[in-house]
Design a binder for this molecule. Structure first.
Ligand code: GLY
Length: 340
């Protein structure tokens, strides 16, 4: 088992990584908790034992379930069961569950402890670590939420073997991001060390900027275009697939701004394709719509903001003009062969 500390003063916690670590759940729940509400989804092939009185609360599948309506429903069910402020919520599932249950825990009785047991690669290396919780609005993803640090996170790498192929590959999109945030050749590490390396990078960034005053935005590398592709909603892309396209787009943008050279762009393309992920825009994409959605991204404080690679590493860059955006779009568009 690998233990990665997240250093946040009195809100510090540990992320346990390795095969079978979900069996440590009972030992990481606060002693004062008499009851544990386990929030999960139907048909998840993973069970946990919190070692005290517990009840399972199911939420729906799909992004529509990540909503204020689900948070209300969970909180009402917690209340009817008699969950108190001393008790604990356990979020068992992918990022959808950890984000939604984490937010319910953040607001129920003005905050109860939450322990995340992420069951997807994506949630283990990103969503469940760092305290971002929240739900979607029809106007966009993750527009309502709270910073609410978990009490502990259990990244059980054994459960990743149960993931459908596309779900696992989607997680690799998030993993690809860490290659460019100091992770290096992550693909050469065994699975638990690979997960732990990503968690370590994330823990270090979150420890230095918990509330995204600045540096934490680097974790959004590849996500500005990714969120726009996802919010547009009519492209058949999983989150990690959208991030993969977003990473290559960010590299092309950085190239168009002379921040990086061709070799570094090629490195982005190589990592993304090594993980079997897409690097081109879906066919028939509406660029005006994507630009409008990117401008609405909640990280856009003044004009279009992107996290871009450059001589000082990955950092936020503001005020990028449309012609530069278009030049980078051109580099990730499928070209149709013209008939002779
Ligand atoms: N997923 C980006 C962050 O946690 O800041």
């Amino acid at each position: 088992m690998i233990v990665v500390p997240v250093a946040l003063g009195d809100r510090s916690y540990e992320v346990l990584v390795g095969p079978g670590v979900r069996s440590s759940l009972a030992s990481v729940i606060p002693e004062r908790s008499r009851r544990v509400a386990i929030v999960t989804q139907p048909e998840l092939p993973v069970a946990v034992d919190p070692g005290r009185e517990h009840r399972v609360f199911l939420m729906g599948q799909g992004e529509e379930a990540k909503s204020l309506a689900t948070v209300e429903q969970l909180c009402r069910e917690f209340s009817r069961w008699g969950l108190t402020r001393a008790d604990t919520v356990v979020a068992l599932g992918g990022g959808l569950v950890t984000d939604t249950a984490g937010f319910a825990a953040a607001v129920y009785h003005r905050g109860v402890a939450v322990v995340h047991v992420p069951t997807t690669l994506l949630a283990q290396i990103d969503a469940a670590v760092g305290g971002k919780t929240g739900v979607n609005l029809p106007e966009g993803k993750n527009l309502v939420g709270a910073f609410w640090q978990p009490h502990a996170v259990l990244c059980d790498t054994e459960v990743l073997a149960t993931l459908p192929e596309r779900e696992y590959r989607s997680g690799l999109g998030e993993l690809a991001k860490y290659h460019f945030l100091g992770g290096g050749r992550l693909d050469e590490l065994p699975l638990d060390e690979r997960v732990a390396s990503c968690v370590r990078i994330k823990a270090e960034v979150v420890g230095s900027d918990e509330r995204e005053g600045g540096r934490r935005a680097v974790l959004n590398y590849g996500h500005t275009l990714a969120h726009a592709l996802e919010t547009a909603g009519h492209y058949d892309l999983r989150h990690g697939e959208a991030v993969a396209i977003g990473l290559v787009y960010a590299a092309e943008l950085a190239r168009a701004l002379d921040r990086i050279d061709d070799e570094r762009v090629a490195e982005h393309r190589r990592v993304v394709s090594a993980y079997g992920l897409p690097s081109m825009l879906p066919p028939g994409v509406d660029l005006d719509e994507l630009v409008e959605l990117m401008a609405r991204d909640k990280k856009a404080v003044s004009g279009l903001t992107f996290v871009l690679d450059g001589p000082r590493g990955v950092e936020p860059v503001t005020g990028i003009d449309r012609p530069v955006l278009d030049r980078a779009f051109e580099a990730i568009r499928e070209r149709r062969e013209e008939p002779a």
